[in-house]
Write a new protein. Structure first.
Length: 366
């Protein structure tokens, strides 16, 4: 969520709202396709089982690589983002504090993931409650200084910046990885699962829209190309008033990154446990947890400022594993594919093409 203002600043508020709504719909439909497939497998199965059983080993191997790359990239982003949030909140020196902060955070989150989906679900519930309360408090404070006229400064030429922002949007709505973990939590209760995906994604969309609106209503477009420099801590500092608003923003950013951290962590741990058959004991699950958190923890210590870049890269990776493959699994399983299935696949390909063009310098990046 905290990367959204950075990648959206080029197009500004009106085009941001349109792009977010379009990507939300694509991501929601993709998650529904994954859910429809997952309900035909035993509780505890994950993407390796889904894909190998429906599309075969070749597709399964390719999907495994893309999912691992995606989730590891996201974990790296959340390691670096978490460190930035805490160093800003406690006025620590980032150079000296990040190594031990990353170690402490990694151990704490890994311990919760090792305990399983139930523990993570309960803690995420607490964090989401904290997010809701502090988000309302922070937004209320930001509304005092809101300048709606800022939103209207968007020009028609700004729309082109949406193309380079789409991969990061795709990552922000990339909730398909948690579908197997949701099935583990809820069982084969299709109604509860569908409701969870719909309302969870809709709440995310609403929060993203409000967040971008209040940020763009308080800051000038040019600041995103200058002093903020893609840093979550710098963004929170720029929005803070030096008093209670700063504290609410710090607590909110902590809860937001922590809940995302936990969700991605358990998704990757469950994926690895399923892939290597490490589900039969706590000792085997510990292997999956260590393999989940140690590599991105080391990378975030070596390269601590890669949050926004990693989120955008993850958007390219997510296209294959969570857009093309779900559409193909649905078609193989049912023998048919409606217009929405092909639209999900085509939308994913378009976003991937946008990212490749942006990396090649063929799309404007603000």
């Amino acid at each position: 969520m905290f990367a959204l203002p950075f990648v959206s600043a080029g197009m500004w508020m009106p085009y941001t709202a349109i792009a977010l709504l379009a990507v939300w719909w694509l991501s929601y439909r993709s998650a529904v396709l994954v859910l429809a497939t997952g309900l035909h497998f035993p509780v505890g199965a994950s993407f390796p089982t889904y894909v190998s059983s429906t599309l075969g080993r070749t597709w399964s191997a390719a999907t495994d690589l893309s999912i691992c790359a995606l989730l590891y990239t996201l974990l790296y982003a959340y390691f670096s983002g978490f460190g930035s949030v805490l160093t800003q909140a406690f006025a620590l020196q980032a150079q000296e504090s990040l190594p031990w902060l990353n170690a402490v955070l990694g151990v704490a989150v890994a311990a919760m993931v090792w305990l399983g989906a139930g523990a993570v679900g309960r803690l995420c519930g607490v964090l989401l409650t904290g997010m809701a309360m502090t988000f309302i408090a922070a937004v209320s404070g930001l509304l005092e200084h809101l300048q709606p006229a800022n939103w209207l400064t968007a020009e028609p030429g700004y729309a082109i910046y949406a193309l380079a922002a789409l991969p990061a949007y795709l990552t922000s709505f990339g909730f398909s990885p948690v579908i197997p973990s949701l099935i583990t939590l809820y069982g084969h209760n299709e109604q509860a699962l569908t409701r969870s995906v719909l309302w969870g994604s809709a709440v995310a969309l609403a929060v993203y829209l409000v967040w971008c609106a209040v940020v763009f209503g308080n800051l000038q477009r040019g600041s995103f190309a200058g002093e903020l420099n893609g840093s979550i801590g710098a963004l929170v500092q720029a929005l803070s008033d030096g008093g209670s608003l700063g504290r609410w923003l710090n607590i909110f950013s902590f809860c937001a990154v922590a809940s995302s951290f936990l969700a991605v962590g358990i998704s990757l741990a469950d994926f690895l446990a399923d892939r290597f058959a490490w589900r039969s004991s706590n000792a085997l699950r510990l292997r999956a947890v260590l393999l989940t958190f140690v590599p991105p923890g080391i990378l975030s210590t070596l390269f601590p400022q890669g949050f926004v870049a990693a989120i955008s890269l993850a958007g390219l990776i997510v296209v294959f594993g969570y857009f093309l493959v779900p559409a193909l699994m649905h078609k193989h399983r049912t023998g048919r594919a409606g217009a929405d299935v092909w639209l999900v696949a085509a939308g994913g390909v378009f976003v991937a093409l946008c990212h490749v063009l942006a990396m090649a310098g063929m799309l404007p990046v603000f």
